[in-house]
Write a protein that binds this ligand. Structure first.
Ligand code: SF4
Length: 227
């Protein structure tokens, strides 16, 4: 009999089984939902601590105002930018983060987004993590979905789902979860892209803070209680 929070000796097989089951249940996710790299990056910053519906409203405001280019946005004062992104919540903080990101882009790459994205996985990730307001989840989202480098993005859903499936222990931190996945699977950008998107889909539909396990594609392999 499996014990609560039992760690699998074969994370690779377990991870692939989860991936295939979700893929079968939900199909291709086609992430990231953005029209270009800059919009992707802005969305990744705006989505911190809010729903995607709120992000979309903020992005629509920016789009209507013609501000979804690094040059246009850089020319705007933080307070004005905050007005446009208000629907995404924490707008003062997010406006500061966007301005800090634009400063990083200007100072490191003369404002050239393509150069920044082509700078290499490690350099790009380290640079983004040096921007005030950008943490590992946002940095890795940008590295994966705009840079197309093979990095696995971890979020709250990922932790809850992997804990339920006995892949990680209670209280496992970002780097541990990411390390477990990246040690278990090949560095495959397409796989990491789809896997994260599928886990988010499962999180939104079933594995919320109070999980609705009935109908969850992974319920058969549940090995731990979720708080
Ligand atoms: S919804 Fe329930 S069964 Fe599914 S992954 Fe979450 S906790 Fe596990």
């Amino acid at each position: 009999m499996k014990k609560k929070n039992d760690r699998s000796p074969r994370p690779r097989q377990r991870l692939l089984k989860i991936y295939r089951r979700l893929e079968k249940a939900y199909g291709p996710q086609g992430w990231w939902p953005a029209k270009g790299d800059f919009e992707m990056i802005v969305g990744a910053i705006l989505t911190q601590n809010t729903s995607w519906a709120n992000v979309t409203r903020a992005l629509d405001n920016l789009q209507r105002a013609g501000l979804l280019t690094p040059k246009k946005m850089a020319g705007l004062a933080a307070v004005e930018l905050g007005g446009h992104i208000r629907p995404a919540g924490y707008f003062r903080q997010k406006s500061r983060t966007l301005k800090e990101f634009l400063r990083f882009l200007r100072e490191g790459y003369r404002g050239n987004l393509e150069d920044m994205l082509a700078s290499g996985q490690e350099k790009l990730r380290a640079g983004l993590l040096g921007v005030r307001g950008i943490g590992p989840e946002t940095a890795d989202s940008i590295v994966l979905y705009a840079g197309h480098y093979p990095v696995f993005v971890v979020d709250a859903y990922t932790g809850r789902i992997f804990r339920c499936q006995g892949l990680i222990a209670e209280g496992a931190k970002y780097a541990e979860i990411q390390g477990m996945v990246m040690a278990g699977l090949e560095p495959d950008e397409r796989l990491f892209n789809e896997f994260h998107a599928l886990l988010v889909h499962l999180g939104k539909t079933h594995c919320r803070k109070n999980p609705r396990c009935e109908g969850c594609p992974l319920i058969r392999d549940r090995v731990s209680s979720i708080s």
